[in-house]
Design a protein around this ligand. Structure first.
Ligand code: ACO
Length: 324
């Protein structure tokens, strides 16, 4: 008998304000058609003035707790993956902890940009499977709109705000592929590639946030290569084929990246979860938002195999295989 962790509740939250491509085209030199053709994005949600990353996360956590039929007293830890913390310190996870009325356990943030949720899930899984905790909230939450230069058409069109959360809980397993819960996670990074996607500032260097620098073509190329590599590695680890995967839930950065991966691995379109058209790229929030979208529709059935796959600045990337 071994310990596994499984997702027992999901929740998400999107800010009310929606900004369409046509809205953007009123202030920058772009068109709805260009954005849809190159990225698949139709609209993004944007936080209201004063609405913080923690506000989005708190709403997502309340929904995840309700979905799991758990109270905050049942939770041992909170891990929040975010690139857009409310403050330089303390961790946004502790702000969420306070708002949820929790003063026991522990809470901290993880920064792996768009891979943040897969990193956070991995760390949470390790706490649970080593017996250090029984149940935790794992969050991906972002207000990417705060990082953007809204006049830079090369990046302003790509991102959105939102939050997703899951309740992860200990369960007994046999150590086989038939177990329910997280079966395996893979994490990678290559700091030599941080130049292709980075911010020019930070508290320890310029004392301010800086602006986003992205070599779109290079990020695109590495995304296809590294996300594909992570899928390959996961399938090989378990001696599986793509036919064994019931749901593919990738980071939502660009529909063309998702479609290229789906084509390479011959995932049928109905197995591939895509929310990019409505949410744009919400960085660490994108996978839990996409997961919640299919969970709330009742699509995922007990026993199905779910593959998560993410890549972000760093570069960081990784995947997780879950038996639902
Ligand atoms: N509207 C209209 N034209 C534009 C826009 C815009 N918003 N942005 C750029 N252009 C122009 C360029 O100026 C260029 O014009 P030129 O040919 O006259 O020089 C032309 O369109 C083509 O530009 P490219 O940058 O070559 O366009 P590309 O097809 O590479 O698409 C994109 C750009 C969408 C950014 C793509 O490279 C991409 O998606 N890369 C991946 C990056 C990504 O996903 N980043 C998200 C963060 S990282 C992550 O989450 C994994």
């Amino acid at each position: 008998m071994i310990k596994r962790s499984r997702i027992v509740g999901c929740g998400s939250y999107l800010p009310e304000k929606v900004v369409t491509n046509d809205d953007l085209a009123r202030t920058i030199d772009t068109t709805h058609e260009w954005i849809v053709t190159r990225t698949g994005i139709h609209q993004r949600h944007v936080a209201a003035e004063g609405e913080k990353t923690s506000d989005l996360a708190i709403n997502a956590c309340r929904r995840a707790l309700a979905h799991a039929e758990k109270k905050i007293e049942d939770i041992d830890f909170i891990i929040c993956a975010t690139t857009t913390p409310d403050q330089t310190f303390p961790a946004t996870a502790t702000t969420i902890q306070a708002a949820l009325g929790m003063s026991h356990g522990f809470a901290f943030d993880i920064q792996a940009v768009c891979s943040g949720f897969v990193y956070a899930l991995t760390v949470a899984n390790n706490f649970i499977t080593t017996g250090q905790a029984r149940r935790g909230l794992v969050i991906g939450a972002e207000t990417m709109s705060r990082l953007l230069d809204w006049e830079d058409r090369s990046t302003a069109i790509l991102f959105g705000d939102g939050a997703g959360a899951v309740v992860l809980e200990a369960i007994d397993g046999n150590g086989t592929l038939e177990d329910q819960g997280i079966l395996h996670t893979l994490l990678h990074s290559d700091g030599q590639l941080n130049e292709i996607l980075h911010m020019t500032g930070g508290p320890g260097s310029t004392k301010c946030v800086g602006s986003m620098v992205m070599n779109g073509r290079e990020v695109f190329r590495h995304a296809i290569e590294k996300l594909g590599g992570a899928i390959e590695e996961m399938l090989t680890h378990f001696n599986l084929t793509e036919d064994n995967i019931d749901w593919f839930i990738p980071h939502q950065a660009n529909e063309r990246i998702i479609d290229a991966l789906a084509k390479r691995f011959t995932f049928a379109p109905e197995k591939v979860v895509k929310t990019i058209s409505q949410h744009a790229n919400t960085s660490a929030a994108s996978i839990p938002l996409a997961l919640d979208a299919v969970v709330q529709k009742g699509c995922l059935k007990k026993g199905e195999l779910v593959l998560l796959d993410a890549l972000g600045g760093g570069l960081t990337w990784g995947s997780a295989l879950i038996r639902w």
